[in-house]
Design a protein around this ligand. Structure first.
Ligand code: AMP
Length: 332
C-alpha cells in the first residue's frame, strides 16, 4: 500500500516553543509599500486605513522566529500609532523613511461580488515617487530578501545595496508595474530566485493563458521558482518540471481580500527565513504557511485580523490545513 501524505508538513519546529528558543535568529529584509488604503467590498467600505505590501508582509512574517526590517517610505501624515504597531511586533523600521511635509502612498480599490477580482480606483504614489531606499547597515547581510510590491527600480536598488548574497530573494509585484515600468520590472525579475504573482498577472507578464506555459515562460525570465496565487483557489509552485499545489482553506466568511497576497508572501518568506532551507520540498511547507496566514487576513478589513492574530489560532488552522490535504489511497 502506498500512503500519500499530501501535506508532509514539518509542524514540529513551528509548534514547539523550545525549538524556537534554541535557534539563532535569521534576518528577513522586507521592501514594499507602507500605505493608506481605502477599500470597498460588498460588505462595507473604509476610509483611509493602514495598508501597504510591506505592512502585510511584516505582520505575517512576525509569526516566525526571525529578525525583520522594513525598507519603505511614508509622509509625516502617517500616524505614530501605526509605526508603534510595527515596532511592537519587533519589526525594525530604521529603514522606513518619514518625509517631512510629504504624503503617504495611497491606494483605493473596490472588490467585485465574487471577492476574487477588484478594480483599482486610485493609486497616488506621493512620497514613493522620489523614494531612494536605504537598507539599514545590519540588514545588508539579510538571509532572505522579500521584495514586496513597489517600484521595480526601488526593488533593484535594495538588491544593489546588499553586501552579502542573500540565500533567497523573493519578488512580488502587480499589473500596475507591468503597465507603467515593464522594462525595470524585467530587469529586477532577472535577479530573483522566486516570484509570487497572481494568475491574471502571470498571464499578463508571460502572454500565455495556460498557467503551466506562463510559469515556464516566467522561468526563462530568471526566477527558478514561480508561485502563482489563485485567491480562494489556492496557489501553485512551479520549479522546472515539478509542480505543487496548495489549496486555500475554505472559509465561512471572507470579508476583505486586501493584503492576502502580501500576507501569503510574508508567510512564505518568513518560514524560509526561519527554517534556513531553500529546497523545493521546504518551499511546499512555506506555501502552506503562507496560505494559512493569508486565510486570516481576509476575515476582517485591512490589517485588523492580522494585528489581533494569536499563535494558537495559527497553529490550530495549520492542523486543519493538514487534514484538508491528507488522504490515503491504495495503488495496485
Ligand atoms: P494585495 O491585496 O496583496 O495585492 O495587496 C494590497 C496592498 O498593496 C494594499 O495594502 C495597497 O496599499 C498595496 N498596493 C496597491 N497597489 C500598489 C502598487 N501599485 N504598488 C505597491 N503597493 C500597492
Amino acid at each position: 500500500m502506498h500512503v500519500f501524505n499530501f501535506a508532509t508538513l514539518q509542524l514540529k519546529t513551528y509548534l514547539c516553543p523550545f525549538n524556537l528558543k534554541r535557534k539563532k535568529m535569521n534576518k528577513l529584509l522586507i521592501v514594499g509599500t507602507v500605505a493608506f488604503d481605502a477599500i470597498e467590498t460588498p460588505f462595507g467600505k473604509t476610509d483611509k486605513i493602514l495598508g501597504g505590501a510591506a505592512t502585510f508582509i511584516g505582520l505575517s512574517a512576525s509569526h516566525f522566529n526571525l529578525q525583520s526590517a522594513i525598507v519603505s517610505v511614508v509622509g509625516d501624515d502617517f500616524p505614530q500609532e501605526y509605526l508603534d504597531l510595527l515596532t511592537d511586533r519587533n519589526i525594525d523600521i530604521s529603514g522606513l523613511e518619514i518625509v517631512k511635509g510629504g504624503k503617504t502612498f495611497f491606494w483605493s480599490g473596490r472588490y467585485h461580488n465574487d471577492l476574487n477580482s477588484r478594480d483599482t480606483l486610485d493609486t497616488q504614489l506621493n512620497v514613493l515617487a522620489d523614494f531612494q531606499p536605504k537598507v539599514p547597515e545590519n540588514f545588508k547581510n539579510a538571509d532572505v530578501v522579500m521584495l514586496g510590491n513597489l517600484h521595480p527600480m526601488v526593488q533593484s536598488s535594495v538588491l544593489d545595496q546588499m553586501e552579502v548574497q542573500p540565500k533567497l530573494v523573493v519578488l512580488d509585484t502587480m499589473n500596475f508595474w507591468m503597465d507603467c515600468a515593464l522594462e525595470d520590472l524585467l530587469n529586477v525579475i532577472k535577479r530573483v530566485d522566486v516570484i509570487t504573482i497572481n494568475d491574471e498577472e502571470a498571464r499578463q507578464l508571460s502572454g500565455e493563458y495556460s498557467l503551466v506555459k506562463a510559469a515556464a515562460k516566467i522561468h526563462t525570465m530568471g526566477p527558478k521558482y514561480v508561485v502563482i496565487k489563485k485567491g480562494e483557489h489556492g496557489a501553485l509552485l512551479f520549479h522546472n518540471k515539478e509542480v505543487f499545489f496548495a489549496p486555500a482553506l475554505p472559509l465561512e466568511e471572507v470579508f476583505d481580500p486586501t493584503g492576502a497576497g502580501d500576507t501569503f508572501a510574508g508567510g512564505f518568506a518568513g518560514y524560509i527565513t526561519q527554517s534556513e532551507n531553500v529546497t523545493f520540498e521546504n518551499m511546499k511547507n512555506a506555501i502552506i504557511y503562507g496560505s494559512n496566514l493569508a486565510s486570516f487576513c481576509v476575515e476582517k478589513f485591512g490589517t485588523e485580523r492580522m494585528v489581533e492574530l494569536k499563535k494558537e489560532e495559527v497553529n490550530k488552522r495549520l492542523k486543519q490545513f493538514k487534514a484538508l490535504t491528507q488522504f490515503e489511497i491504495e495503488l495496485s
